[in-house]
Ligand binder design. Structure first.
Ligand SMILES: [Zn+2]
Ligand SMILES: [Zn+2]
Length: 216
């Protein structure tokens, strides 16, 4: 859904069968063998359960084809051509309604990633931990950029990286393992360790944690 154009969502469409507002829905994934799909990321669909087209469709398909389904009225963005989408139940497409706020958030995230990716080049020279963390902790950022962020993290060797990383849950476990290896190296290089009990960073040679009093 990352490529959906906000401008497309601004279009207002009303179903000619029931006068209800039509919803912008994500286009269903179409297999290559099924043709080219709709050629649009978004379809405007009438989701009104009392729409006359939808109500009549059940009977029509039952008598015509002998199976249980109906139609939803659909138009493509920028077109008033009528299309029918076959649906097997009244909830079809309701989960794929596109929320413009989600798209805005995605766009903002994408812009941040772009800016951070440029700044990452000189993050070590600039002592810019923030930019490294922005990419490292952004699960939607490009893989290769995040891999580069790990390299920079090791080079920067800043112990302040540990807390924000520990407060993040990584989706990819092998990526998380790489990050953990870097953290171990940073701790070692700074003569520190994490308390096994409370997780606070303490001196490597400490026998007792100054935060939780755990003894080792
Ligand atoms: Zn309708
Ligand atoms: Zn402790």
């Amino acid at each position: 859904m990352a490529n959906i154009d906000l401008e497309v969502l601004k279009e207002k469409k009303v179903c000619p069968h029931c006068d209800s507002k039509m919803f912008a829905c994500e286009s269903p994934q179409v297999h290559v063998g099924d043709g080219l799909g709709w050629g649009s990321d978004v379809l405007f669909i009438c989701l009104n359960d009392h729409c006359s087209l939808f109500l009549k469709g059940w009977n029509h398909i039952e008598t015509q084809y002998g199976h249980r389904a109906s139609y939803r009225y659909m138009e493509l963005p920028g077109s008033t051509e009528s299309n029918l989408m076959m649906v097997g139940n009244k909830d079809a497409f309701k989960a794929s309604v596109v929320d413009p706020e989600d798209i805005k958030k995605q766009n903002t995230r994408y812009q941040q990633e772009k800016v951070a990716t440029v700044a990452l080049d000189t993050a070590v020279e600039d002592n810019n931990l923030q930019v490294i963390l922005t990419l490292l902790l952004d699960e939607a950022a490009k893989n290769e950029t995040r891999e580069m962020a790990i390299v920079k993290l090791a080079q920067l060797n800043d112990i302040a990286c540990i807390d924000p990383i520990r407060n993040h849950s990584f989706r990819n476990t092998s990526f998380e393992q790489k990050v953990n290896m870097v953290i171990s190296r940073i701790l070692q290089a700074n003569y520190k360790k994490e308390c096994l009990q409370c997780g606070e960073i303490i001196k490597a040679q400490a026998k007792k944690c100054m935060h939780c009093n755990a003894e080792f």
